[in-house]
Design a protein around this ligand. Structure first.
Ligand code: ASP
Length: 436
């Protein structure tokens, strides 16, 4: 059975087991041994395994990708296109969200039972985000898994390798070998994913309360609706118009990565899987994806922007505050900037929302209204976030002639099966081609 199918089964069994425990009121034995014990440990180990891969993978992969570009100008072009498209998709996302909030008014007459006194930390100012992009200590940035500084350092190192002639070539060969080994490690970790996903979903289903969801039901439905609209209409439209690609193939091949993102609620932790998917399943060359995927996981958060747009409308309506057109525009700009500063880890979108609300003069405490239900939305929006990263990566790859369309169109390309962790014949050549 292939990996996506196994992960899906893990998810369904997890949901069923969790719901059964939930209906039983999550009794003490289950709390001690399952939700606070076995499920918790397996889920946490799985997420830790994924996170373990992120820093080495991003570093090595970007060094390989940027050193494979013989012309450093190409890097600027790829970066420019990717950043432009990331901003565009986030802009579309938040505009859709605000429009939906204005039309459907989820906050009018919302039931405030979910509201409890909560403290919300403020996000970083945008200027600081810019300054912090440059690592004063690259090792420190890696130790703290700070994505933007790691990306900047790796790109600069890759460019220097290209400019270093024969000596650079030796270093580049070494990095390519390491990259191959790390991708192998990614495959190994992906084999335990079904169990990890099972544990994460079972825990969530066992410990969520239905009451929280009812109080803000219209908000939840609206966020879901716009998330689906964005993933199933906006990305496919961009893929067709800008990339001339079949969007069904894209969405179908992305399903395993989406399930990873959904279960971990972290774009960063999902980077290894997103990268694996766009390279092996969609045929994008490493020289584009190594750079655009980690960058997207850090600065491109369309799902988060959708939640923030609707939440802003929801909170304004709840407090009976009419926003002016200028304030709406302010929200759009703030959400796009916040998306750049939002790290791809669970729940930060909500923290950053506090900054957006304060900027437009709305009470940040309003976040307490939606806090109780945020986890499920966080999971779903993270799946949209990484789908956006992959869509933009694929479109940029088409424009850079860095995609193998035979791989893209082959439904079986790059599928991981049971017992696949060993080298397959021919694999070596594919990986090497991928680097070029
Ligand atoms: N969890 C999201 C992500 O990692 C960020 C957020 O919206 O909180 O992409």
């Amino acid at each position: 059975m292939n990996l996506s199918a196994r992960i899906f089964i893990g998810m369904i069994i997890g949901a069923v087991v969790g719901l059964i425990l939930n209906f039983m009121g999550n009794p003490e034995w289950s709390e001690t041994w399952l939700t606070g014990g076995l499920f918790h440990v397996i889920g946490a180990i799985f997420v830790a395994l994924l996170k373990m891969l992120v820093v080495p993978l991003v570093f090595v992969s970007i060094v390989c990708g940027s050193s494979a570009l013989s012309d450093p100008k190409a890097l600027g072009r790829v970066g420019g296109k990717a950043i432009g498209l990331y901003l565009l998709t986030t802009g579309i996302a938040v505009t859709l969200a605000l429009t939906a909030a204005i039309i459907f008014k989820p906050g009018v007459g919302a039931n405030p039972t979910a509201m409890e006194g909560t403290q919300v930390a403020a996000g970083k100012p945008f200027t600081q985000v810019l300054i912090d992009m440059i690592p004063t200590n690259p090792v420190g940035a890696m130790a703290d898994a700070q994505m933007l500084p790691i990306i900047i350092f790796s790109v600069l190192l890759g460019v220097s390798i290209t400019l270093s002639g024969r000596k650079g070539q030796r270093v580049s060969d070494w990095f390519n070998d390491i990259n191959h080994v790390i991708m192998k490690l990614v495959h190994i970790v992906m084999h335990v994913a079904p169990y990890g996903v099972f544990a994460l979903i079972a825990n969530l289903a066992a410990t969520s309360s239905a009451g929280d969801f009812l109080a803000v039901g219209r908000y939840i439905l609206l966020v879901f609706a716009v998330l689906f609209l964005h993933a199933l209409v906006v990305y496919p439209t961009l893929l067709v118009t800008l990339g001339r690609l079949n969007p069904k193939t894209f969405l179908w091949k992305m399903r395993a990565a989406m399930m990873f993102a959904f279960s971990t609620a972290s774009s960063n932790a999902t980077i290894p899987v997103t990268l694996e998917t766009v390279q092996d399943r969609l045929g994008v060359k490493n020289r584009v994806s190594s750079f655009t995927v980690p960058l997207g996981a850090t600065i491109n958060m369309d799902g988060t922007a959708i939640m923030q747009g609707i939440a802003t409308g929801f909170i304004a309506q709840f407090y009976g505050i009419e926003l002016t057109l200028a304030q709406y525009l302010m929200v759009v700009v703030m959400v796009i900037m916040a998306s750049i500063g939002t790290a791809g880890v669970p729940s930060v979108g909500l923290v950053v929302l506090a900054g957006v609300l304060t900027q437009v003069g709305l009470p940040a405490e309003g976040i307490a209204l939606i806090l109780g239900v945020d986890r499920l939305l966080d999971m779903t929006r993270t799946a949209v976030n990484i789908t956006g990263d992959a869509a933009v990566t694929t479109i940029v790859a088409v424009s850079e002639n860095a995609i193998d369309l035979d791989v893209y169109n082959d439904p079986k390309a790059g599928l991981i099966h049971d017992g696949d962790a060993d080298d397959e014949p021919g694999e070596e050549t594919r990986v090497l081609e991928n680097q070029s």
